[in-house]
Design a protein around this ligand. Structure first.
Ligand code: F6R
Length: 624
């Protein structure tokens, strides 16, 4: 949710900030803005605060026309939480006198009371946001406030530190002040902050992708740590103001990896990367002995053997990966497994014992509900195992063990390759639990592992051969007001992901139903031409799915089937068939999801939608 950037150095800040913000747009794109140090008409130091509603491109044009000379500034791209996406709610926000400006990512939970207190002391608010209180708190700490009993610090870093003591909530914060030219003060709690020092200046951002052109050696700021960036260097302090030396992390991925690589959009690039994701996620996971090797597990085999219940907690697409895992964990390890939306789970009182394993799945590793659920169950004594795509993310740090999906940076807001990485990782975990529980012999593990690896080539075959079939199916449902996705078993789980993908990128309403549930209500929706998208791959429940589809066909539905190569019978009821290679049912979710991702993208393009940045969404959901 929201991205922040800051630069101070020898180069023009406006261009650097805009290029960083463009890379952070996946975090939100309701509005964008910058605060740049400048000189007023009488030569006094001032801050130019320039904000535009909409994507960074609008801000970019404005800045290009103004040729601002500043070499220090901060920027923000917003996903609206408190306050509508208007210019006055756009960041940066300023203090009453306009001498301090801040960019903030996170949520201030006690903002209503802080706002009331600050207003009673004469502060005038210009926006509806929670963030603005931070600007006024820093102002009070900088200038001092007799009414609040706060002495003046006349030191931006100290003022930010003081302001943070009043705030309850999450923040990644960057602040500038006209009285301290070239200085950016940075604070972090529960929102990511990355800091780097390049040859020509110092940088801060919400994500390494915004500063990777300048440096590959970065500091991932921890909660409660602060940084003071200046053109000549960076100093780090703890919450008492004592200097610290945080660890430096070297980033070994390439900036090209984050670019489109010749594809028309990031979504297509990321779908096309999925064979690689499968292969990379499996590298080094099977020992010569036939045992699975997940050394970062953080749990001993003895501890795993005691597990008698698994909860998979996650949100959105990651939750759907959990639905697939349930089938595998119960099937191979015979351990009861429940899958729950983290946003529900955290407010329940689930039965947790020391032998409960909680598997938290999160691409970003910073989803607020998933994190809150992790914290809660750890207090209750559960072991937590994280599956995430982001090294060093809060989910990784707060879990007992972690599997990193090898998706690499995912830019398109709709998750595709991360989902495949999650499903492959959860499959490994299910196999491991099966081994530990003595239900899955090594020979069988080896065979399953090999077949799991084969899905990489099978996905590639779908990508290479099914574009035309997907295109025809997309044309058939692009003008429908709504669509239903159906399947049974693994197919039901995949249907949920297919429906989510379609609605989020094409804005076409879609729902998923277990095929057998259709006749209990949803079949009433079907009238001639209504699209029903079915996962009808060969499995033990294939015939059942087919008979459910016949019921839809009888009512005039337009049926689009994802079916197994060689299945000619399906053509008798389906108007369009997208064939996928035959795989074991346990792995069918991996292959069957791919045509549904392609279908969603194609429908979205036909409807003129932006597939990489769908409206109202953000890549990281750090608010509950
Ligand atoms: C949909 C999508 C979202 C995320 C959800 C959880 O394509 O990407 O539904 O899956 O917001 O995000 P993570 O996995 O980062 O916890």
């Amino acid at each position: 949710m929201c991205g922040i950037v800051g630069y101070t150095g020898q180069d023009k800040a406006a261009e650097i900030l805009v290029s960083g913000l463009k890379r952070l747009e996946y975090r939100g794109y309701d509005s964008a803005g910058v605060a740049l140090e400048d000189r007023g008409p009488d030569g006094d130091a001032v801050l130019d605060v320039i904000r535009r509603v909409g994507k960074v491109a609008g801000l970019e044009s404005e800045l290009a026309a103004r040729h601002l000379p500043a070499t220090c500034g901060i920027g923000h791209t917003r996903w609206a939480t408190h306050g509508r996406p208007t210019q006055s709610n756009a960041h940066p926000h300023t203090s009453c006198d306009g001498r301090i400006a801040i960019a903030h990512n996170g949520i201030i939970e006690n903002f209503a009371e802080l706002r009331e207190e600050l207003a009673s002391r004469g502060h005038v608010f210009k926006s509806e946001t929670d963030t603005e209180v931070f600007a006024h708190l820093i102002e009070e700490a900088y200038e001092g406030s007799a009414a609040a009993g706060i002495p003046a610090t006349h030191d931006l870093m100290a003022a930010v530190r003081e302001a943070c003591t009043h705030v309850v909530g999450a923040y990644g914060l960057a602040a500038v002040c006209v009285d301290e030219p070239g200085v950016i003060a940075v604070a972090r709690k529960d929102s990511p902050i990355i800091i780097g020092r390049g040859e020509r200046g110092s940088y801060v951002a919400s994500d390494v992708i915004a500063l990777i052109d300048a440096t590959r050696d970065v500091v991932v700021l921890e909660d409660g740590q602060f940084a003071r960036l200046a053109p000549e260097g960076i100093t780090y302090t703890d919450d008492q103001g004592e200097q610290i030396e945080p660890a430096v992390t070297h980033i070994d991925w390439d900036v090209d990896m984050a670019e489109k690589g010749g594809y028309p959009d990031f979504m297509m690039k990321e779908i096309a990367e999925q064979p690689r994701v499968v292969r990379d996620t499996l590298v080094g996971r099977l020992a010569g002995t036939g045992e699975l090797d997940i050394d970062e597990l953080g749990l001993t085999f003895e501890e795993l053997n005691l597990v008698d219940r698994v909860y998979v907690i996650a949100c959105g697409t990651s939750y759907h990966a959990g639905l697939i895992a349930k089938n595998l964990i119960e099937g191979w390890a015979r351990i009861p497994c429940e899958v729950e939306a983290a946003s529900e789970f955290r407010y329940r009182n689930p039965i947790i014992t020391p032998s409960t394993l909680v598997v938290a799945v999160s691409q970003s590793g910073e989803t607020a509900d998933t994190l809150a659920a992790i914290r809660d169950v750890r207090i209750k004594g559960a072991k937590v195992f994280g599956i995430t795509n982001v090294v060093g993310s809060p989910v990784a740090r707060e879990s007992d063990g972690v599997i990193y999906t090898k998706a690499n940076k995912e830019i398109a807001v709709a998750s595709t390759k991360s989902f495949i990485g999650q499903v492959v990782s959860l499959t490994l975990l299910a196999m491991l639990l099966g081994q530990v529980k003595g239900k899955l012999p090594r020979g069988q593990t080896r065979m399953l592992f090999r077949e799991l690896g084969d899905t990489a080539a099978q996905i590639q075959r779908i990508l290479d051969t099914r574009a035309e079939a997907v295109g025809q199916a997309a044309a058939a449902c692009k003008d429908a007001p709504s669509a239903l996705f159906v399947g049974r078993g693994m197919g039901a789980a995949v249907s949920h992901e297919g429906a989510l993908k379609l609605k989020e990128v094409s804005y076409l309403h879609a729902e998923a139903y277990a095929a057998g549930e259709m006749k209990h209500g949803p079949i009433a929706l079907i009238d001639p031409g209504f699209p029903v998208i079915a996962v009808a791959t060969r499995s033990a429940v294939y015939d059942k799915v087919v008979s459910n589809l016949k019921e839809c066909e009888a009512r005039g539905a337009k049926i689009i089937a994802v079916a197994t190569e060689g299945d000619e019978d399906i053509k008798q009821i389906a108007d369009h068939v997208i064939y996928i290679p035959e795989v074991r049912d346990a792995f069918s979710a991996i292959t069957a999801t791919v045509p549904l991702q392609l279908l969603a993208r194609e429908v979205a393009l036909l409807r003129g939608c932006d597939v990489d940045q769908p409206r109202n969404l953000a890549k990281s959901v750090t608010v509950e």
